[in-house]
Design a protein around this ligand. Structure first.
Ligand code: SF4
Ligand code: SF4
Length: 89
Protein backbone atom coordinates (compact mmCIF):
# COMPACT_ATOMS: atom_id res chain seq x y z
CA UNK A 1 0.00 0.00 0.00
CA UNK A 2 1.23 3.48 -0.85
CA UNK A 3 0.94 6.11 1.88
CA UNK A 4 0.75 9.87 1.68
CA UNK A 5 4.26 11.25 2.16
CA UNK A 6 5.67 14.59 3.24
CA UNK A 7 8.99 16.29 2.49
CA UNK A 8 11.43 17.66 5.06
CA UNK A 9 13.19 21.01 4.63
CA UNK A 10 16.18 19.23 3.09
CA UNK A 11 14.04 17.27 0.65
CA UNK A 12 13.82 13.88 2.37
CA UNK A 13 10.47 12.09 2.24
CA UNK A 14 8.71 10.83 5.38
CA UNK A 15 5.40 9.16 6.17
CA UNK A 16 3.03 11.33 8.26
CA UNK A 17 0.79 9.64 10.82
CA UNK A 18 -2.58 11.40 10.93
CA UNK A 19 -4.84 11.44 13.97
CA UNK A 20 -7.58 8.82 13.69
CA UNK A 21 -9.32 8.88 17.06
CA UNK A 22 -9.10 9.41 20.79
CA UNK A 23 -11.13 7.44 23.30
CA UNK A 24 -13.21 9.81 25.39
CA UNK A 25 -13.66 7.20 28.13
CA UNK A 26 -9.89 6.95 28.69
CA UNK A 27 -9.18 10.69 28.41
CA UNK A 28 -7.61 12.19 31.53
CA UNK A 29 -8.67 15.67 30.38
CA UNK A 30 -5.17 17.09 30.92
CA UNK A 31 -5.35 19.32 27.81
CA UNK A 32 -1.86 18.36 26.63
CA UNK A 33 -2.95 17.34 23.10
CA UNK A 34 -4.87 20.62 22.77
CA UNK A 35 -1.70 22.58 23.62
CA UNK A 36 0.63 20.41 21.52
CA UNK A 37 -1.39 20.56 18.30
CA UNK A 38 -0.78 23.65 16.25
CA UNK A 39 -3.58 22.85 13.82
CA UNK A 40 -6.71 23.26 15.94
CA UNK A 41 -7.73 19.62 15.65
CA UNK A 42 -8.86 19.05 19.25
CA UNK A 43 -11.77 20.51 21.19
CA UNK A 44 -13.22 20.00 24.65
CA UNK A 45 -16.77 18.67 24.72
CA UNK A 46 -19.13 17.73 27.52
CA UNK A 47 -18.77 14.06 28.42
CA UNK A 48 -21.88 12.19 27.17
CA UNK A 49 -22.53 11.19 30.80
CA UNK A 50 -21.76 14.70 31.96
CA UNK A 51 -24.78 14.90 34.26
CA UNK A 52 -23.59 11.86 36.22
CA UNK A 53 -19.99 13.08 36.27
CA UNK A 54 -20.50 16.57 37.69
CA UNK A 55 -20.23 18.31 34.30
CA UNK A 56 -17.05 16.52 33.21
CA UNK A 57 -15.37 17.57 29.94
CA UNK A 58 -13.34 15.36 27.61
CA UNK A 59 -11.12 16.02 24.60
CA UNK A 60 -12.30 15.03 21.15
CA UNK A 61 -10.90 14.99 17.62
CA UNK A 62 -13.17 17.74 16.33
CA UNK A 63 -11.41 18.74 13.10
CA UNK A 64 -9.41 15.76 11.77
CA UNK A 65 -9.21 17.38 8.33
CA UNK A 66 -6.81 20.00 9.74
CA UNK A 67 -4.24 17.36 10.77
CA UNK A 68 -0.85 17.42 9.03
CA UNK A 69 0.24 14.08 10.46
CA UNK A 70 3.06 15.13 12.79
CA UNK A 71 2.05 12.51 15.39
CA UNK A 72 2.97 14.78 18.31
CA UNK A 73 -0.39 14.40 20.04
CA UNK A 74 -0.10 10.61 20.24
CA UNK A 75 3.47 10.84 21.58
CA UNK A 76 2.49 13.45 24.14
CA UNK A 77 -0.69 11.94 25.56
CA UNK A 78 0.13 10.59 29.02
CA UNK A 79 -2.77 8.13 28.80
CA UNK A 80 -1.70 6.74 25.38
CA UNK A 81 -5.21 7.59 24.32
CA UNK A 82 -4.67 8.97 20.82
CA UNK A 83 -4.23 6.87 17.69
CA UNK A 84 -2.33 8.24 14.68
CA UNK A 85 -1.85 6.22 11.50
CA UNK A 86 -0.43 6.65 7.99
CA UNK A 87 -3.04 7.30 5.32
CA UNK A 88 -3.30 5.55 1.96
CA UNK A 89 -3.00 7.74 -1.13
S1 SF4 B 1 -0.84 14.55 14.42
FE1 SF4 B 1 -0.05 16.66 14.77
S2 SF4 B 1 -1.37 17.98 13.50
FE2 SF4 B 1 -2.41 16.00 13.72
S3 SF4 B 1 -3.77 16.26 15.47
FE3 SF4 B 1 -1.85 15.38 16.25
S4 SF4 B 1 -0.59 17.15 16.89
FE4 SF4 B 1 -2.27 17.91 15.56
S1 SF4 C 1 -3.43 14.41 26.09
FE1 SF4 C 1 -4.61 12.49 26.23
S2 SF4 C 1 -5.45 12.46 28.32
FE2 SF4 C 1 -4.79 14.58 27.90
S3 SF4 C 1 -6.65 15.62 27.09
FE3 SF4 C 1 -5.52 14.80 25.31
S4 SF4 C 1 -6.46 12.77 24.91
FE4 SF4 C 1 -7.03 13.39 27.01
Amino acid sequence: MEYITGITSCGRTWVPTFVVRSNINDCGCCGKCFKICGRGVFEYIDHPDSDDLCGAKVMTVAHPGNCIGCGACARGCPKKNIVCEPKAR
